[in-house]
Design a protein around this ligand. Sequence first.
Ligand code: F6P
Length: 319
Amino acid sequence: MKRIGVLTSGGDAPGMNAAIRAVVRAGIYYGCKVYGINRGYCGLLEEDFEEMELSSVGDIIQKGGTILKSSRCEEFRTDSGLKKASEILKKHQIDYLIAIGGDGTFKGLEKLSAYGIPSIGIPATIDNDLAYTDYTIGFDTAISTATDAISKIRDTSASHERIHIVEVMGRECGDLALYTGLAGGAEAVLIPEEEMTVEDIAFRLKTTQLRGKKHSIIILSEGVHDITALKQNVEKETGFDLRLTILGHVQRGGNPTAFDRILASRLGIRAIELIMEGSSTKVVGIARNEIVDVEIQEALDMKKEIRKDFYEMIKILSI
Ligand code: F6P
């Protein structure tokens, strides 16, 4: 009987619970024992394991966060931490590890497999920053959350005829800003992959004001500019009165959308199928609505490209 460990690691993402549920239920369906590892790689190093039953994952498909908890684990980045983790897994006779998380989680998984631990990764992060998959679990829900917030901000900015800068998460990837900008009808989107100066923003705002549009939304991807400095610089350049909102961790919470639940269910089942087929050192993903799998290293080596067509569409739609 195969013994599989499952953990969630890195920033949590809505839909992680649906993925845990799929792994546990499909694992048991195929005759495996599944162990939940609490608090990601930190919990692994502390041997914080529990056997999961069918009922352990009841009533969680709709819940945000992760019932297994998550962490960013410094010790796991070291050779001694990886060696210790592999020894712990061997001691508990865990034959396979499934890690649900983003690129940091996958890097850890790839290193752990060098210590003889067969592993499979399931992509879950609101950043959507993994190139090999069209979507990561949690991204769709985060777009919906951010879009909903922008609609509310739009109400007040229209009433007061103001310009509003909204900062969204995404780490070094502009996808969350880009998709949210398109869904939220933003006038400008500032992302790490495309250069846009204060003068460019000012020109766009002045042009739209000339045609009678008195309120605008600018989406800023975190880390591209300091939002307060950006607000001051745009105010100086335009003479307009701006407001700002940092959406922050609200984007990581909430019930997953149906899209994220379905994606998580498909990826969780595929991860178990790969184990049953004897595959390892792979990550699962989705490309053109088909479930795919690639080597972890290959996935990490691929360079993420943004949807330039989306970026151009925002420009066209905000003239
Ligand atoms: O990777 C997900 C993410 O939410 C990023 O968008 C953000 O930069 C980061 O995590 C925040 O991390 P933390 O919750 O550890 O502050």
